[in-house]
Write a protein that binds this ligand. Structure first.
Ligand code: MN
Length: 367
């Protein structure tokens, strides 16, 4: 007996329907956009059926907005879900047991799930399921379907997939499986390296720098653990972006970042190689007050404020306490990541470049 390819089984399941709706998580990131685009394209190429890609929320990160502008993936941001019995729903880069996608709000069970997030049992009962937490990105899984079906992805899609995989391997989440390696090598043949460089160097607004200053001034460090509640955030992605940056601080093994966006409090957790399981940590943190999900070293969650039993200030205080007890930190021993006296001194004193520059210093090759 020959086992059908995963991609063939997916196509067979979808083939019973007239059209396909590919749904990804709210506030779609590059991996969600790229893998969703790949599924749509696979279905259109092999079955000739119409396929749409949708997600809720917003895209705020400069690189992600630039990716959308340069590569024009067919993603539609919406909060309207139009599903009838002739529409196949495919959930991509997201677990059906989570609440951070449009299907969950309407109580619709997808017919297929393709994902790489860690999931708690029970596994979803769906006609097609491909959940591989060891694989770096959902884009890897979807690209492997294209390869199985002997399809050559157009340059924009290949570039998006490569960028999606790249963004999933940040901080300490840098593990590539043999499949990831094979797929990256394969995608490089079709992707546009110039576009990739342009995306990575997306223009940043002045507000971005302003928010970043406030975020860095708000970060506290307790031995190996950092906590930062952002005074402002343009969107949920900002929380993860700052967490990624703080996780690169030398000696830091655990990072918690949080911010209120509209009526929800978003948190992101990062752990170093010796910092334990991030998904587990955030699940404990939000136990009884919110929902979470993620990977071994990158995870996140949210608390709906109208439903939260604690007011905003009390809630961040509670999270702060939970974080410290989870990390074994002592509240008395916390210090600003950037010393307050340095911030104040910098703001109040006139800086004389000539005095701070060592004599004889000239230009350095490469800038
Ligand atoms: Mn992903």
């Amino acid at each position: 007996m020959t086992t059908a390819l995963r991609s063939t089984r997916l196509l067979n399941v979808v083939n019973d329907y007239e059209r396909v709706l590919v749904v990804t998580h709210d506030n779609p990131d590059p991996d969600a956009i790229a893998s969703g685009w790949g599924v749509c394209w696979l279905i259109q190429e092999k079955l000739g059926k119409p396929a749409r890609l949708i997600g809720g929320g917003v895209i705020v990160r400069a690189e992600n907005r630039h990716m959308v502008k340069l590569l024009a993936p067919p993603i539609e941001l919406t909060d309207v879900l139009e599903v009838d019995e002739r529409t196949a729903t495919v959930l991509v880069d997201c677990s059906s047991t989570m609440s951070n996608h449009l299907l969950s709000e309407c109580g619709i069970q997808p017919i297929a799930v393709i994902d790489h997030h860690q999931i708690e049992s029970p596994r979803p009962r769906v006609a097609f399921r491909d959940i591989r937490p060891r694989v770096a990105a959902s884009a890897t899984i979807v690209a492997s379907y294209l390869k199985e079906q002997h399809l050559v992805p157009p340059s924009g899609l290949a570039t998006a997939m490569l960028y999606g995989i790249h963004t999933e391997t940040q901080g300490s989440e840098t593990h590539y499986t043999p499949l990831d390696r094979r797929i990256v090598t394969w995608l490089v043949k079709f992707a546009d390296p110039g576009k990739l460089a342009e995306i990575e160097n997306a223009p940043l607004t002045r507000e971005y720098f302003s928010d970043l200053v406030l975020a860095l001034q708000s970060a506290f460090i307790y031995d190996e653990a950092v906590i930062c509640f952002l005074p402002r955030a343009a969107g949920p992605e900002t929380v993860g972006e700052v967490a990624d940056l703080l996780s690169r601080c030398e000696g830091v093994q655990k990072v918690l970042c949080g911010a209120v966006v509209a009526d929800e409090l978003f948190v992101s957790v990062r752990t170093g190689r010796d910092g334990g399981n991030a998904a587990e940590l955030v699940r404990k943190m939000l136990d009884g007050i919110g929902l979470s999900g993620g990977h071994e070293h990158r995870a996140g969650g949210k608390i709906r404020l109208p439903h939260a039993t604690l007011a905003g200030g009390q809630l961040t205080d509670e999270l702060h306490n939970r974080w410290l007890s989870a990390c074994g930190g002592d509240r008395q021993r916390g210090t600003h990541l950037v010393a307050r006296r340095d911030i104040v001194k910098n703001l109040t004193s006139h800086i004389d470049i000539a005095k701070t520059c060592p004599t004889g210093a000239t230009t350095i090759n490469g800038g």
